[in-house]
Design a protein around this ligand. Structure first.
Ligand SMILES: [Zn+2]
Ligand SMILES: [Zn+2]
Length: 320
């Protein structure tokens, strides 16, 4: 893969017919014509605010326990909505969930500003199907930066059709979220922290909550998600398969609510567990199991132990 092939194919990295290559405007080797200005402005703007306005707020007003608790509560609500809801429930159907769980994860998942479940799941299913190849939306073969955030900065809105999420389109709650996702995202991410902050400490509390539990939390959560696409395909071990670049990493699992066991996940994507061993740090797995005991979710899918051991044995033997 090289840059000219990327540019000539509108970001698809297919080797082009040389006659069809058209000159493209470049800035620091970046394809200017493909920049998604709305997404890029949001990603760069929230990062800039986190690095400037948040430290300034802390300098002038300090940090109280309320802001810390609100930050982590919002991080957990939106984070688990992505890992448990967007990923393991809607994208992979690794269990079935009652409507309150579906509604909660759709509302707070929108607060992660990672678009609607329909788009997220469509892209993620494409990632699993074409992993490491041209049609993988966040293909690591195109580089760490591209897999992490570049694919979003240069992604055009109508890039791919929703042709692999027909099952999800039958869910009325999913369709409702897809329609109003930007409004829900703004209300959840900025409205809820802003109101709670105001009730706690007037305008000063509202500003702190907007910046810390709103903006900074979005940046932290988004980059933790992005690391699954970039670092989890670069760093770690491959105990279950070497067929693709996905890797298991305890360190990354710590920052991704258990999604760091990505080698297992790519090999057995329909298992509700990513950290399949009982001792592996996978809070999303523990939460799904707890919700099943409360009868809020059911039909948890597990790969039989002998099949997992066989995959491990084969991978070990192949590397000897
Ligand atoms: Zn997945
Ligand atoms: Zn992956």
């Amino acid at each position: 893969m090289n840059e000219s092939s990327f540019i000539a194919n509108g970001g698809n990295f297919k080797f082009p017919d040389k006659a069809n290559v058209r000159p493209e405007r470049l800035f620091f080797r970046l394809p200017l014509d493909r920049i998604n200005w709305l997404t890029s402005s949001f990603l760069i703007g929230t990062l800039a605010l986190t690095l400037t306005a948040v430290p300034l707020y802390l300098w002038f007003f300090g940090l109280d326990w309320f802001q810390v608790v609100l930050f982590f509560a919002m991080l957990a609500a939106c984070g688990f909505s992505v890992t448990l809801g967007y990923h393991r429930l809607f994208s992979h159907i690794t269990f079935q969930a009652s409507w309150p769980i579906r509604l909660f994860t759709l509302i707070f998942g929108a607060g992660a500003f990672e678009n609607s479940v329909l788009m997220w799941a469509s892209e993620h299913r494409r990632h699993h199907k074409h992993v490491d190849h041209d049609d993988d939306p966040y293909c690591i073969s195109k580089g760490f930066f591209y897999a992490h955030i570049g694919w979003l900065l240069f992604k055009l809105d109508n890039d791919q059709p929703y042709d692999n999420v027909a099952d999800l389109q039958k869910d009325k709650l999913v369709c409702w979220q897809d329609r109003y996702v930007q409004w829900i995202a703004v209300l959840v991410s900025f409205g809820i922290p802003g109101i709670l902050g105001f009730l706690w400490n007037g305008w000063q509390g509202a500003l702190g909550a907007f910046l810390i539990a709103g903006v900074a939390r979005i940046v932290v959560l988004q980059h933790c998600t992005f690391f699954i696409n970039s670092a989890c395909h670069t760093i770690g071990r491959q105990p279950y398969s070497t067929r693709c670049s996905a890797r298991d990493s305890f360190l990354l699992a710590l920052f991704t609510m258990g999604e760091g066991y990505h080698n297992y996940h790519h090999e057995f994507q329909h298992d509700y567990r990513n950290g399949v061993k009982p001792w592996q740090f996978d809070p999303t797995k523990w939460l799904i199991w707890t919700l099943s005991k409360l009868r809020l979710v059911r039909n948890l899918r597990r790969v039989p132990a002998d099949k997992i051991e066989s995959a491990q044995r084969q991978t070990r033997n192949a590397s000897c």
